[in-house]
Design a protein around this ligand. Structure first.
Ligand code: A3P
Length: 328
């Protein structure tokens, strides 16, 4: 792989234990990475799987923790910004937002990515994070560290319509690893996505696990969608705040605090900040890679009608009877 490829797509810092485990796991030649491994039902890059294993073995959730969960390219960066601003609205008042941390720091540096941190810095001390600890992950519900399921910690899951998510990931991968992805036809990628053999897939297993968990235990798991966040951002922020036990007071609403958060975290605002246009994460990823179009239905300029229908048919079948529908 070329040297521009970020650590997450490499397989260098793997422990012997992980290499031994790999030999017993199903593997596939994947798009973006030369090998993906299927662990507990989901296809992973070697590095992120190493991070997941470390996380499962070492992470101890606290009752006060907040864990944001997404499939990659489903609005993780945005959700991190929104919940960070929401939780810290007294510490970092929005009215004086000229020096708000979100204006000078990429959301990924304010909210640690569990399996990413566990891969890059296995000795990172999560107990040092301020309370309530705010973290994010892409880990499947089934595969969460045991304490995250058994404790009273809160989970906010954000889902995005699969065509936009796929297209976002497609462009992200091309940006990250242009040489490695150049000869891979999109038709083949859609087929792999629909077979569930795509990084982070099967999409439906990931979404449905959290969907059912949110229905079974609504005080533990909140299910939100990128599309609702986009069309009614303020109402969704209030819903998230209520769920996290930090609802807005009448006075805060009158002062326009909800709208301030909407504005501060908007695509236009965040994507135009220097830190998000020209910055880099410690792993070398350019921060601008997390901001592309930020639209609902943006898949139309990348997927042909027949590829879109292929995804629609597949999703229709996989989600039948679940009560969850994707409208765009
Ligand atoms: P597009 O590629 O469709 O533009 P993630 O953060 O999970 O990696 O998701 C990235 C997607 O979220 C990208 O989608 C990106 O443009 C979009 N995004 C990032 N910040 C956003 C924001 N503040 N509001 C809306 N969408 C945002």
């Amino acid at each position: 792989m070329s040297s521009s490829v970020p650590d997450y797509l490499r397989d260098e810092n793997l422990t012997q234990e992980t290499r031994d485990l790999f030999s017993s796991l199903p593997r596939e030649k994947g798009w973006l990475v030369s090998q993906m491994y299927q662990y507990q039902g989901i296809w992973h890059t070697p590095a992120l799987l190493q991070g997941i294993l470390n996380c499962q073995n070492h992470f101890q959730a606290k009752d006060s923790d907040i864990i944001l969960v997404t499939n990659p390219k489903s609005g993780t960066t945005w959700l991190k910004a929104l919940v960070f601003a929401l939780l810290n609205r007294h510490k970092f008042p929005l009215s004086s937002s000229g020096d708000h941390p979100l204006l000078v720091t990429n959301p990924h540096l304010l909210v640690p990515f569990l399996e990413g941190v566990y891969y890059e810095s296995p000795d990172f001390d999560f107990s040092e994070l301020p309370s309530p600890r705010l973290m994010n992950t892409h880990i499947l519900h089934f595969s969460l560290p045991e304490s995250a399921k058994s404790s009273a910690c809160k989970i906010v899951y954000c889902c995005r319509n699969p065509k936009d998510m796929f297209v976002s990931l497609w462009h992200f991968g091309k940006k990250l690893a242009p040489e490695e992805t150049a000869d891979y036809p999109i038709e083949k990628a859609v087929k792999a996505f629909c077979e569930g053999k795509f990084i982070g897939g099967p999409f439906w297993d990931h979404v449905l696990e959290y969907w059912y968990a949110s229905r079974e235990n609504p005080s533990k798991v909140l299910f939100v969608t990128y599309e609702e966040l986009k069309t009614q951002t303020g109402a969704e922020i209030k819903r998230i705040a209520e769920f996290l036990g930090c609802g807005f007071t009448g006075e805060e609403e009158v002062r326009g605090e909800v709208e301030e958060i909407v504005k501060l975290c908007s695509f236009e605002r965040l994507s135009n900040l220097e830190v998000n246009r020209e910055g880099k994460l410690p792993n070398g990823m350019e921060t601008k890679a997390f901001f592309r179009k930020g639209e609902i239905g943006g898949w139309r300029d990348t997927l042909s009608e027949s590829l879109a229908e292929e995804i629609d048919r597949n999703i229709e079948e996989k989600f039948r009877g679940s009560g969850l529908k994707f409208s765009c």
